[in-house]
Design a protein around this ligand. Sequence first.
Ligand SMILES: Cc1cc2nc3c(=O)[nH]c(=O)nc-3n(C[C@H](O)[C@H](O)[C@H](O)COP(=O)(O)OP(=O)(O)OC[C@H]3O[C@@H](n4cnc5c(N)ncnc54)[C@H](O)[C@@H]3O)c2cc1C
Length: 786
Amino acid sequence: MEKNLKRFAAIILLMAALFSAACRNLPGTAGPVSGTGSSTAIAKGFGGDVSVTVTVKDGRITDVTALGPQETQGIGSNAIDRLPPAMVAVNSVKVDSVSGATNTSRAILSAASRAYAAATGQPLALANVKMAPGTYTNPVWAFSVNTRMEVAVTVSENRILAIDVKNNDETLPILRSAKELLIPRILEGQSISIDAITGATGSSSGIRSGVALALEQALAAGGSDPSAIENFQVTPAKVTGVTRTLDYDILVIGMGGSGSAAAMSAAETQKAAGRNVSVLAIDKAGKYGGTSSVTSEMMAINPPRFMAAHNNEVAKVQLGVFARPLPDTRRNKSVYVERSVLKQAWLEYTEGDAKEDLLDLMLDHSGETLDWLVNEHGFVFGLPQLGVEPSATYYVVFQYNGSFMDNKHLIIAYFDKLYDDYLKLGGKYMLETEAYELIYDQAGGKVVGAKARSVDGTEYIINAKSVVLATGGFAGNGEMTSTLLSEKYFPLQGTWNQVGMHQNDGKMIQSALNIGAGTYNIGMTPIVHIGGGRQLIHDFETTTVRVNGQDRPYALNDIPMIMAISGNVLSVSKRAERFSDESGLGFLEPWKGGPEFYSIWSQDQIDKVRSKGFDTVTVGAFISQGGVPTGYPISNIDEVINAAIAHGISCKADTLEGLARQLKIDPAKLAATVQKYNGYCNTGVDADFHKAKEFLVPLGSSGPYYAFLGAPYCYSTTGGLDVNTSLQVLRSGSTAPIPGLYASGTDCLGVLLTEKKAYVTYGGLAQGWAFTSGKLAGASAARSAN
Ligand SMILES: Cc1cc2nc3c(=O)[nH]c(=O)nc-3n(C[C@H](O)[C@H](O)[C@H](O)COP(=O)(O)OP(=O)(O)OC[C@H]3O[C@@H](n4cnc5c(N)ncnc54)[C@H](O)[C@@H]3O)c2cc1C
């Protein structure tokens, strides 16, 4: 009976879909079609391109496939899974969007219309545009996890007239490039199918979503068919077949901290040698500054001019997340840090794996690099303070402008000044230009340039005597992190969540490997501070609740994250083993479990959350939407868990074995781990990780059981190419350099570190090395190009 009812309901739904499609008389259903063929079209989704292939046989749609690798798993992926079969079922490319996945749905529908028209040889019949003129303002999710971006769009009856970004919490330099580059392109092309600006994908997607929503509203208010939006989904044509050849002495690839320092010092070195400045810097992003322009601090060891100018004083207050008074604990107050003490500690921490001559380079040149940035190029730093980790006992950390987190507009202004100085010297740069391959002179055994492609499609052959790689590592490339990271000490292989900078995809590191470059600690863990849920959700509105007379944020969206990094449950890696005492999963330790880990909850623990709330609430810095108060009952916990399951970041099974199978981890191992952990909970002694007794809460003996997917959010990979003290890239298995090839910054940070541990944690190393190695690499590259 129930089966029959379901079948009946399905038929009614199918008829309704067919009826609604036919009533709209839209492409895909308009008139008899007899075509046979297959065609693919592309439209812009939320994350990137969505391509749809439609196959038609004798006028009937026999197959539709959609691909959108950059769409969000659990949101956009739902539209990719559901819309193609729905199109085949109703023999129409006009089906309803999947709710909650409007951007991806819109892209699939648009691409499917175009593919269908091409497959059947019919002209694309676009519905007429008639909008109600006015300004339409919508809040949309962009990069910020806790504040929507307000996008105001003014339209006439048939055109987009203006786009303005109002209230938002985007990162300033990144939003700047999205506004300056994307908005004019949308207006000029009258299209929302414009590529996101590289390096500003989140803000670009937000702007595109805001414009799309406004158009939908204006079209509806003007009485147009909803499909008329396709008039605004035209992908602009790219330049094809145009190749330009450029000749420079030095080519710097990547214009983050290390590339900018390299380009500047190369130009200065050429100038000082009385030569014409012949330096070209390129970046695939729409802005210079890279990751380096959105960070907080750099490491420098005893900058002589800065120390003298500030009377050797150190900061009295620790800035940042762990703000506190800083007692001056230096034994020798004539320097900020005793070089020999720091060096000894560094070598011990890295267990002899760091290259000592490269460490000397960092210790000896980071100070003068900070001085150079400050005195020659107008950067401003506060007095040195300590890093945030327990090992951070050295005054080596300099915060931009002596402030924390609210300084992004200042940092980008420092880069603006640096590039003004660079241009004045005669240096050149090109943004939105991606290098994709080194040019290697096989016979001469040297690098002689690189191939690059501009966002408009123009190809470039850039001949150069020296090439500096400064591309920020390969964390944005899941294939590379799945093969190059090591499994020896920690289960590191897989795709890592990132805090922005997805464009650092290691293409040029791979190109260097292809010509025989050597690596150093390339398998080591990426740089990680924070951990959270594998994916953040936005299904619920954040509200406030009154607790102890105070209003507290109540962000149900954070609950899957809270449950993934809670200190009082058991967490296992893909090896079904514990990897930490769980209390550090929100900060510093989550990387030990690799790119993904699983926190296991039993039904009794969930029931307790429902009736009494959480005993402990951990949220990931930067990725929290407000958290929820401890001890506050979460009456709708089941609704939140269901949302998490729908997004693919939680799963539930009646037994632990079933849960392990869903997680694709070894059930026997998980059972053994749970048994051992529960034993520790019963005795109150965690023999493996020494977790405090009050956090040792056993898993219930009966199901259902739940897993919440947690993940570290990394800044970049750490290890990379092997270099010598001139920052020349070495050949694999050799100390001989590859002539013409240099690396700096994250592309070669591994030389100072070890695969056995996290990167050294005295504070600011990545940024300090970026500027220091970049400055040295640029000077070396210029000298050898002379
Ligand atoms: C949110 C955040 C906070 C951080 N905070 C700190 C901190 O406080 N202190 C600290 O020491 N470190 C911090 N880090 C890490 C540090 O900022 C980076 O490791 C450092 O800036 C890297 O510098 P880089 O020049 O190597 O790379 P980046 O600054 O990332 O620059 C790389 C550039 O290369 C470009 N590029 C990549 N591939 C190509 C290509 N094929 N062609 C052309 N261009 C390409 C990219 O667009 C990018 O602009 C933080 C990182 C993040 C994400």
